[in-house]
Design a protein around this ligand. Sequence first.
Ligand SMILES: Cc1cc2nc3c(=O)[nH]c(=O)nc-3n(C[C@H](O)[C@H](O)[C@H](O)COP(=O)(O)OP(=O)(O)OC[C@H]3O[C@@H](n4cnc5c(N)ncnc54)[C@H](O)[C@@H]3O)c2cc1C
Length: 484
Amino acid sequence: MRIALVWFRDDLRLDDHPALRAATEAGYLPLPVYIHAPEEEGGWAPGAASEAWRHRSLRALDAMLRARRSRLRIFRGPSLQTLQSLLAATDAEAVFWNRRYEPAIEQRDAAIKRALRRQGARAESFNGALLFEPWQLATRRGDPYRAFAPFWTSARAAWREPAPWDAPGGFDALPDEDAIPHGLALDALRLAPARGWDDGFWERFVPGERGARDALSAFVEGALHGYRDTRDVPAARGTSRLSPHLHFGEVSVARVAATVRASVDAPPADVERFLGELGWREFSYHLLHHFPQTVDTSLDPRFDDFPWAPPAPARLRAWRRGATGVPIVDAGMRQLRSTGWMHNRVRMIVASYLTKHLRMHWLHGARWFWAALVDADLASNTLGWQWIAGTGADAAPYFRIFNPVVQARRFDPDGAYVARWLPELAALPPPLRFAPWEDPAALRRAAPAYPRRPLVDPAAGRAAALEAYAKVRGPRRARASGFD
Ligand SMILES: Cc1cc2nc3c(=O)[nH]c(=O)nc-3n(C[C@H](O)[C@H](O)[C@H](O)COP(=O)(O)OP(=O)(O)OC[C@H]3O[C@@H](n4cnc5c(N)ncnc54)[C@H](O)[C@@H]3O)c2cc1C
C-alpha cells in the first residue's frame, strides 16, 4: 500500500486535521512525523515556556497515535533534508502538511514544496489553523485590511458554518515497519525544563488534544454563559483559556467555533462576542501575512524616530519580575511567571505600562512574552504589542494611555486578582491595594519588601509619554506593502 508522510507541526491533533484527512482519503497509509527545527523560525525560535508545552503535547499526540496502532516519529531538522531522506527510506510518495503563516516558515515551506515536487514527490499543504486564510479576505480595493471592524464584518459575511472532520478510529499497519527510521526519543529534544520552573503551569493546563477538548467542554458548559461581561474580569474564570491549545493546534479553530455555535442554551450575545475574539486571532494572521516586517519593526514608521527611553536593564528586570511597585502590573507579571499565561485585560495593562509609562520599545515586552507565555504566538503577540504601543494597525492611538490604578479599580474592584498574585498586599483594603504608595505607613506594615514607590508614577509617566509623542506626532504614515 502507498505511504504518505503526514508532517505535524503546530497542529498536534488527529481530530479535524486536513492533511491527515487528505492523506487517508487519497488512499495513503499515513506515516506521522515531527521535525524539530527551531533554527528555521527566523529570529523567533520558540521560547522556553512554549517548548515545555510542546514536550507534553508531542507526548500526548504520540499516545493518541499509539492507541490507533500508529506512532509519531521524531526527527531533528533541517526539515527539507529530513523529509527527503524519509521519502527515500520509506518509498513514500507524498508529503502532506497543514500550513503555518509565520514569515520565515511561509518562505521555508514554499521552498520545501518546490524542492519536493521537483524531485517528483507529491507535496500538498492545507488550511488547518484558520477560519479564513490571510489572503481570502480583502478590502473592496483588493488591499489587506488594517482595522479589525471591517475585517470582521467581511469575515462574518463570508462565514460558512465549519464542518469539522472526526479523527479516524485506527490506522492500518505500515508495511515493513522495522525498515522505517525510528527517529529520536522525545527526551532527546530536551524541550522539558530540567529544573521544574514550569511545575505551576500544569496545575492549570493539560497539553494535548484531550486537554484541549476538556477545556473546550468546560468553557461551553461554564464561562461561555456570561462571557461578554466576565471576559474582562481577571479574577474570574471568565475566558476559555484555549489560547495555548489553539496555538499548538491541539484543537482546530473550526471545531471550537462549531462547538460554541452548537451550544443551544448559550446567550447569542456571549457566543457572538466569543467568535469575535476568535476573529482577533484571524485578524492577527491576516496582518502577519501581509505585513511580515511587523514582527520586528513598528508598522507605523513614525515610531522609528520615537524617543524610546534609553536602555534601563534594572527597570526592565523589575517589570519582568513583577516588582514595579504598581500592583496590577506586578500581579500580572507574577501570574505569567507562575502559570505561563496571563489574563488578556492584564496583558494590556502591563504592556501599556512598559511602552507608555516606562517608554520602552514594545519589542522588549514582546520578547519577554515570547519566552514566558505557553500560548506565545507570533501573530497574536505582534498584534497585541503593536496595538497597545500604538505603533501598529488598528492602533489605539499612542496618546490613549491606560492608567493602571483606574484599570485595577474598574476590572478588579474587590482586589481579588491583586491579592491572589501579591498576597503580601491582601491586608490592604482594595482602593489602597491598587496604589499602596498613597499610605506609606500601611504599606510598610503590610508588605515591608514591596517597593515603596512605583518605578514611574502613573500621572508623571503619562505626561512624559505624551511629551515624547508630541515629537513624532503628524499624519499617520504607512510602510510600503499596502498600509495606507
Ligand atoms: C500584549 C499582548 C500580547 C498577546 N500575546 C498573545 C500571544 O502570544 N498568543 C495568544 O494566543 N494571544 C495573545 N494575546 C491575546 C490574548 O491576550 C490571548 O489570546 C487571551 O488572553 C487568551 O486567553 P483565552 O484563551 O482565555 O481567551 P478567550 O477570551 O477565551 O478567547 C478565545 C480565543 O480567541 C483568541 N483571542 C482572544 N483575544 C485575542 C486577541 N486580543 N488577539 C488575538 N487572539 C485573541 C485566542 O486564540 C483565544 O484563545 C496577547 C494580547 C496582548 C494585549
